[in-house]
Design a protein around this ligand. Structure first.
Ligand SMILES: C[S@@+](CC[C@H](N)C(=O)[O-])C[C@H]1O[C@@H](n2cnc3c(N)ncnc32)[C@H](O)[C@@H]1O
Length: 187
């Protein structure tokens, strides 16, 4: 179950993004992500692209108290917002923000991850995943956002995770105006 404080913050952000167009995961995709985190009992997450912390609060707020999330955000100004907002949501201990270009930052992340959200430069999705692969636990869940809106840009990524003889079991969640690819690393 998501914490009450995190829920309140997300509700506030949901209200804001109905007024302004901001590219956050949002409520419908958020529900799927929460279910995935709970079903797979994820505790070590990393997200690539954090904006002002919507998905960070969703992920960290859903994981159990020992859960940890690393956010990789290229924009230092936004990275500060992610920190402030995570703190405001009562998630300071669970969220660490790494400021920098993901393709430089991922290779120096330490630890094993059982959940990944990819949501930064669309053409680089496959490179993010390939860099993360040595750090993924068996059964890790990898979510790639905006695979409907940016289908052409993410094609190499989709071809890779959907390869029948490949390393993932992958499926698309269709949200009408966009889609999200969920891939589970085979054990
Ligand atoms: C779509 S937004 C992320 C939304 C966020 N996941 C959410 O749902 O709340 C994309 C973010 O990726 C960041 N970004 C862009 N290029 C990046 C890069 N090379 N490395 C890391 N982050 C990057 C942008 O600054 C922006 O904050």
């Amino acid at each position: 179950m998501i914490t009450q404080k995190a829920k309140r913050m997300l509700a506030l952000m949901d209200r804001a993004v109905t007024l302004w167009h901001l590219p956050v995961i949002g409520r419908a995709k958020g529900r799927v992500i929460r279910r995935l985190l709970e079903r797979h009992e994820c505790e070590r997450a990393v997200e690539i692209g954090s904006l002002f912390g919507y998905s960070a609060i969703l992920i960290a707020g859903t994981m159990p108290p020992r859960g940890r999330l690393i956010c990789v955000e290229a924009n230092p100004y936004l990275a500060r917002f992610v920190e402030y907002n995570a703190e405001e949501a009562g998630l300071k201990r669970k969220v660490k923000v790494v400021v920098g270009d993901a393709l430089r930052a991922i290779p120096i992340l330490s630890g094993r991850f059982d959940f990944v959200l990819i949501d930064a430069v669309k053409e680089d999705y496959l490179d993010y995943l390939r860099q993360l692969e040595p750090k993924l636990a068996a059964g890790a869940v990898v979510v790639a956002d905006n695979t409907g809106v940016y289908r052409r840009d993410v094609k190499p990524y989709l071809d890779y995770v959907r390869e029948p003889a490949g390393r993932y079991t992958s499926r698309e969640y269709d949200f009408g105006d966009d889609a999200m690819e969920v891939s589970v690393l085979r054990s």
